[in-house]
Design a protein around this ligand. Sequence first.
Ligand SMILES: [Zn+2]
Length: 458
Amino acid sequence: MQILTLTQLRETDERTQRFTPLGLGLDRILDPESAAAYHQESVAESDLATVVARGTHSAFERLREIHAYGVLCYEIYTLVNDHALLVIEQALRDRFIDFHDGSCVFVHAGGREETVQIGEYADVHRAANRFSPKRRYRLRVGQGPATVEFNGMLDGLRSWARAADLLRGQRNRRIEKLLAKLRNSVAHPSSTHLLSPVDCARTLSDLAEFINQLWGVPTPGGRLYPAPAERDVLFIGWNATGRIIIGSADHLTADHMRFDDIEQCAIVRAFLSPGTPLVDRDLHYFDSRYENTRLPAEYLWGPGSPAEAAAWLAATPPVRDFVDLLDQVFAIRHDGDRVYRPMKPGIVALLDPADQAGHWYIVQADVAQDAFAHVQQLLTAAAGCSQHGECPACPVETIDQGTVEKLVERGRLAPTSSMLPPAFHLCDDISPWRLAPVSSNQELGPPGRGYRRRSDGS
Ligand SMILES: [Zn+2]
């Protein structure tokens, strides 16, 4: 081993200096002071909520502190990144202890219950071995009634956190499994690897989101567990030449004459924040009844002329709202050889009886396209898709299915408004068109392409 002097230990690692706010510097590097500041700032916003357990909090802060020394030793980023994966398990253990507040109950398949006093996680581990799934025990989640198979290990804790509704998001279920796999590869390594400061900062940011979500605090603007996001009131205007314009409804209120080349427009609540992840490029496929957009969009008024829209906005000024971007619920109709695109369940109950015919799936997904793809695969007998509950092949959960009559009885289709939106939607050439369904075996395309145009233009 080569013994370094204190001066040598204090030398900046040039590899770290090459990571700049403008990407990887091939012909220039940051000076040492700037590199130290930049890499600390990259993790400065990943704070934990004050409600997080002290042990988890300390483990996370220690990682952030050590991360700052990556500017002197590039290998630190890999060590911090790998240790962050181990903190996931610590966070789950601490949350388990908080959640169960002193005791937990194991229920035998025969109905017998075993209550175990727990002070620290070692007590839980012993109890999970004693009352294991092999011996036909399940853990009661908090006060119940839900129970979950629980082995006290990382995968058991992950299943428990899902059963306790502490984690959200259908796509996140896969990411959580992947993180557990990565953690296992770190705990039982079979090769070496070297990660960059960018990888490390991303892992710390994801870890902070995961921990905060476990304690019930979603992250504003988060990548994995975002807090409800603010939706704008927008207008979507179009004309027969194919011109489409989307903008803030305020512009229409201020001067609707500016839009005299627009023949028809609609007012919606949707996302259009340029330069952020909350810009919905699929708004060009907006449909008043079907969910064609990537982010949640809501019909408010239209279609009508810009002057009529401005008058409606002045008389009934709509306000912005906040919506959850995860775990949305969609209703998908299968009738004969046709599968229709997802709808909001609240709209289905208002449809004409003829449009309610067929078999409906109530599917929870983060984006409508996931729910639609799942039902299409289900009906084409694609391998791996599940009719009920969490799908092992898709990031969705099938909540219920049946006829409209049965689903209304079970409270799955409660109307959210008293009025059915008039049917209209946009496509490439922007002339109004009426929904025509896609056959169940048609290949999936981008949103909006799953339709056949109809020319009656009603
Ligand atoms: Zn599926």
